[in-house]
Write a protein that binds this ligand. Structure first.
Ligand SMILES: [Zn+2]
Length: 271
């Protein structure tokens, strides 16, 4: 219920209640609507598979770098051991890490792709996520492909300490090499896009799109309010607020994302 209230996930059942506007919804209709509440427009979390089905040409996605597995460099112990947490996240999501990388087609255009899953330790960036993103930039540079990344992340993975923070510099270095090719890199920010991912390769995209009402920032609003001792403006760190202030280029509802991205890439690569 706690998660439902936050609007991050949807409980099982024939009918569900929107955690934001409290309207009772028929599950099938809700799923047909790409998990967007038809009443308040809240965009619920999608799995990587749902994102791929929503955006890409049928059966065009080929996953890459699946051999990379997370280590436990600090032997991190907390309420749950890090290695146990990774194992549980693998079982829960069916994924091996918080990001799935590969190649695929969108409206016939070949792209290098990355999809984050917030359900895997909050979409956090540890050594493997950083390595996969770095390799994706290198692959796109070598094969001269434009890049699309769909982001959902709580930031750096604290269980890997400094090894996570290294990934910020590493990914950005690979990105800078890729950008010498003058190829487009588009990022779609979903709820939430925060922390060390926002503060590294995500925000350096040529074009930043965002889902309606997505939380986007570095630290969360509560942390900022507690640190600065001041109240934040209404809607602060939402996609709409950030578009108004020039950080986000366009807020795009899920139903329009595929068509918008096709038009955008077609334009950017001079088709
Ligand atoms: Zn709603």
């Amino acid at each position: 219920m706690k998660e439902e209230k936050k609007g991050f996930s949807v409980p099982d059942g024939l009918f569900i209640r929107c955690g934001v506007c409290k309207t009772i919804l028929f599950r099938k209709e809700f799923e047909k609507n790409f998990k967007v509440c038809p009443h308040c427009g809240f965009h619920y979390r999608l799995s990587v598979k749902e994102r791929i089905d929503l955006l890409l040409d049928n059966n065009s996605f080929q996953e890459k770098f699946t051999e990379l597995r997370t280590a436990d460099p600090l032997s991190f112990r907390c309420l749950k051991n890090y290695s146990e947490l990774v194992e549980k996240s693998e079982q829960k999501t069916g994924l091996r890490e918080a990001v799935v990388t590969g190649e695929g087609k969108l409206g016939g255009i070949s792209l290098a792709l990355a999809f984050f899953d917030f359900g895997f330790i909050g979409g956090s960036m540890g050594s493997v996520v950083g390595e996969k993103i770095t390799r994706l930039f290198e692959l796109a540079e070598a094969s001269k492909k434009p890049i699309l990344m769909v982001i959902a992340s709580g930031g750096a993975r604290m269980q890997e300490g400094m090894f996570s923070l290294f990934q910020m510099a590493k990914t950005v270095t690979a990105l800078k090499k890729y950008q010498r090719r003058n190829l487009p890199y588009v990022a779609l920010f979903t709820n939430p896009t925060t922390g060390g991912v926002t503060a590294s390769f995500a925000s350096l995209a040529d074009i930043i799109l965002a889902e309606p009402q997505a939380l986007i920032g570095f630290a969360g609003p509560k942390v900022i309010e507690q640190t600065t001792g001041s109240r934040l403006p209404k809607g602060f760190q939402t996609a709409e607020f950030l578009m108004k202030h020039g950080f986000v280029d366009l807020v795009v509802p899920r139903s329009e994302q595929r068509d918008t991205l096709i038009k955008l890439f077609d334009y950017l690569i001079g088709g």
